[in-house]
Design a binder for this molecule. Sequence first.
Ligand code: SF4
Ligand code: SF4
Ligand code: SF4
Length: 276
Amino acid sequence: MKINRYLPPLVMWLVFETIALTLWLTLNNIFYLFNFSYIGTAIAAGLVLYEQKKKYARNAVQFAVGLYMLVYLGFLCRENMQIEGFWYYLFLGVFEAATIHYVIAKILGPLLFGRGWCGYACWTAMVLDLLPFKAPSAPRKRWGKIRYFVFGASLIFVSLLFILHVPNKGEIMWWSFIIGNILYYGVGIAIAYKCKDNRAFCKYICPITLFLKPMSYFSIFHIQVDEEKCISCGKCEKVCPMNVEVPSNSRKKKNATECILCMKCVEECPKNALKL
Ligand code: SF4
Ligand code: SF4
Ligand code: SF4
């Protein structure tokens, strides 16, 4: 057994434990100790399962983290964890669940683990990844601007609640969470079938990519190729769900900020030329 194979799960677990302890002690709320310890342990366990070549390791992490956030934090604790929830708590000036979640998973976290959120934790993608179109069969469409409209619409929607002093904002945010998720799943599944691409929603519609993409450009963890081993067979690009130009070490390579660290390319490479 090579110990350094288990270094990434250990590092990931330690990062989340540090966040858990820091937030618990600084905000004096034990919920954060439980919350981030659970997420860190689920991710680390999934990475260990992956190292042990378990086929559904990544799906297991997606469901462990995604269902916890959707069902427990969202439905049971009534926290809007969608982008509207982020704007809502931001405008309230409250550093709480959705704000903390966005800062860690989607704004600062990607500097370390890129779009790991998209590969291992997102509750929308946990369902989309079960659809039959694992790798896109056609080139990307030029529909990426849709996400700017969705991003703008979410910001305008929450801004209007405050500008117009609409009462019962908490209740409205709860219903927007329910309706937003139904829409995301409905549109996500429909566009996946239309494009024959499970991740079409992520590529063209998801507004969160406006945070994720620029931050993940600088990610410490990213797929690297050993150019001496690479024989340019193209197998890695064929299996990539996000159309990344995989065998290049340039941060400016095609679709570099789309990588969700799913490791499909690493598994597929016949020359072991790829690594994280
Ligand atoms: S792009 Fe959006 S929908 Fe897709 S996995 Fe990332 S956060 Fe989830
Ligand atoms: S296949 Fe490789 S390059 Fe493509 S998203 Fe997965 S890890 Fe990233
Ligand atoms: S699969 Fe491996 S050898 Fe083939 S192009 Fe990709 S990195 Fe190079």
